[in-house]
Design a binder for this molecule. Sequence first.
Ligand code: CP
Length: 332
Amino acid sequence: MQHFTTVFDVKDPIQLVNEAIDLKESPYLFSKLGQNKTIGLIFLNPSLRTRLSTQKAAKMLGMEVMMMNIDKESWAIEWNDDVVMNGTNVEHIKDAAAVLGSYCDIIGMRCFPTLTNKTLDYSEKILIQLMRYCNVSVISLESATLHPLQSLADAITIKENWNKDYKPKVVMTWAPHIKALPQAVPNSFAEWMTKMEVDFIITHPVGYELCEDFTKGATIEYDQNKALQDADYIYVKNWSSYHNYGAMPEVKENWMMDSNKYQLTNQAGIMHCLPVRREVELSSKLIDHPNSLVQKQAANRVLAAQIVLKNLLESKNTLSNKQANKISLQEA
Ligand code: CP
């Protein structure tokens, strides 16, 4: 693994999930693997889970951690190439990323979408500019279109809570919200679930179709009640419109997941990536239900980050490892 920005960076996603579940048995087994290595965690947007779980995971592997809210604490970054920088942006990403790369062996970055410019967001320009210029391995801490650390934690949670001899029915169900949210979590969950040993269904109102690049292989069902029938896991999540980019088309029916709808399921594991708006997306009763997995998902964020960092640290393909190999070959 050279980077971790999408499921396609992982050779065998099912194996990675299994490796993570094994690692849970001895979480400090690799506490020296990251000695003398540094991870930089760069945030352009707020975070609770991603920030702290990745920090904890890195420390469990013996790494040094540097964190920065780069949008507030550093110079204003110019992300475009070939510009005359006579405006408010002070430092070009080409310079800033090279500096970060010289301090770090791995860089994680969180960069949310604009939700106003689909072409820009779906080009992942911000993430790609960092990758282009930092010259070390990059982990997405949630980008404009994907949140792979969250989805890996979700896949781990589903796998470790499943003990039946058939493929579970996993239903991702759109939920209402008071503001337009990115499509990163649902895109990413779809990307991962279509590679897992599950039957995967997405249900949402008309107008909330996701980008088909990410949902290929999933069943789309517009009737929420039909989708929820006999579900083994329900993943509740709001997202804004992809096609009418960033809009929130009106939904007249009640899509909030509550106890009545829950009765349709096969006593499903109840999932949400958090943060969640209680009684808007999901009823409090279900969040606090004995079958709720939301806290397990959040706890598994550490494990997900740990297994990804372990793979990057061990990989000969990691950019900083390649450089180290090159130097030791030159010295030999
Ligand atoms: N689920 C998630 O990524 O949480 P944070 O935004 O708090 O990191």
